[in-house]
Design a protein around this ligand. Structure first.
Ligand code: PLP
Length: 390
């Protein structure tokens, strides 16, 4: 099997399993307990928090563990918008890019539906970039929060967060970024990026599913969403998942240590793969940036005359695993909202396929995958081409 669906999820790294194993077995204490076993768990949690803080350039008390990227996005959008408006009632508008993950978009829609916020979407160009100009025009004293994803999960577009954050800072608007897909490939330094809040998800880089974090740079105001025993400074109650936090930290440290080398190597392989597909598959069209600011691990195409789901099946028959649109939208027959936002027609958007590479992908695997794509698309378009003309 050639696994090219790393943006959906990754295999749990052995080092992460080994790091967490003690906290599932002998060292199983509750970190809030006042005895040796509890203190041992609390120490492990504190170390995990410090490790994540080192990766994102924050203080450890600015790391809030969550159940994953979706919860981190919900906490950021709802928590910050509600707190900002409570402090300053005119701040009633949420700015989003037009290509946000549903975890961000649906959180904003909830705020609109239930709490009366307004949403303003920042358009993107044909490659998925938010322009500084449209952002500057939309920023105003009534904006509570700007949320722009760091790297897009479907087309790999990497936004210029530093530039957008600098604009937002002039209006004292906090910036949240969903960095779920960026982790392991791009620098997560919140200071350099100028963001106040960043969502992460462990299962995208070798930790188990069900653990993530919201990094919240002080003094950004936030209203907690989950109430209870007051864990994590009252910002996210509930007994912490110590073992998963430890695995998350171990995977994050490894991903960060390997990041620069992996990004250079995989970017070169990605470009070869893109050239092979565009050169050999008639009607193939790249989606997202043609060059430059594209996630090293993502190559996404439309294959005119096919259907994305059919291409997936043909590829799986040839042992290549990938995805059509985003995994979160899989199963729905709606064309991807991200592709529509780029200006693609609905029919073409239905033909989209995303290949996303694990950091250990090899050139041999991608050469075989390119052959499989050529065959798969030919198998699906052959009959159309052979159809008698009327
Ligand atoms: N944000 C982005 C950009 C994603 O790609 C995903 C997962 O696909 C999520 C958020 C949701 O993360 P999780 O699966 O940890 O809830």
């Amino acid at each position: 099997m050639i696994y090219l669906d790393a943006a959906a999820t990754s295999q749990v790294r052995r080092e992460a399993i080994e790091a967490m194993f003690p906290y599932l077995t002998g060292a199983f204490g509750n970190p809030s307990s006042h005895h040796g076993l509890g203190e041992q768990a609390a120490r492990a949690l504190a170390e995990a928090r410090q490790a994540i803080a080192d990766v994102v350039g924050s203080r450890p008390d600015e790391v809030i563990f969550t159940s994953g990227g979706t919860e981190a996005d919900n906490l950021a959008l709802k928590g910050i918008a509600l707190a900002r408006r409570a402090a300053d009632p005119q701040r009633n508008r949420i700015l989003l890019s037009a290509i946000e993950h549903p975890a961000v978009l649906e959180s904003a829609r909830y705020l609109q539906r239930v709490h009366g916020f307004e949403i303003a979407e920042l358009p993107v160009d044909a490659e998925g970039f938010v322009s500084e100009r449209s952002c500057a025009e939309a920023l105003a004293p009534d904006v509570a929060l700007l949320s722009v994803m760091y790297a897009n999960n479907e087309i790999g577009t990497v936004q210029d967060l530093t530039g957008l954050s600098a604009l937002a800072a002039r209006h004292r608007v906090p910036v949240h970024t969903d960095a779920v897909q960026a982790a392991g490939w791009l620098s997560l330094d919140t200071g350099e990026l100028g963001v106040q809040a960043m969502s992460l998800s462990g299962h995208k880089f070798g930790a188990p599913k069900g653990i993530g974090a919201l990094v919240l740079r002080s003094p950004t105001p936030i209203e907690p969403l989950i109430h209870g025993g007051g864990q994590q400074a009252g910002l996210r109650s509930g007994t912490e998942n110590v073992a998963f936090a430890v695995a998350f930290a171990a995977a994050a440290q490894l991903a960060e240590a390997e990041r620069v080398e992996a990004a250079v190597r995989v970017s070169a392989l990605r470009d070869e793969f893109i050239q092979a597909v565009l050169g050999r598959v008639p009607g193939a069209q790249l989606t997202g940036p043609a060059s430059g600011r594209r996630l090293p691990s993502v190559a996404s195409f439309c294959f005119r005359g096919t259907h994305g789901e059919s291409v997936l099946l043909e590829l799986e028959r040839r042992s290549v695993i990938c995805s059509s649109g985003s995994a979160c939208a899989a199963g729905s027959s709606e064309p991807s909202a991200v592709l529509l936002a780029l200006g693609l027609g609905a029919e073409l958007a239905q033909t989209a396929v995303r290949f996303s590479f694990p950091s250990a992908v090899t050139g041999t695997e991608l050469a075989a995958a390119a052959d499989a794509v050529v065959e798969a698309v030919a198998a699906l378009t052959r009959f159309r081409g052979a159809a008698p003309k009327r």
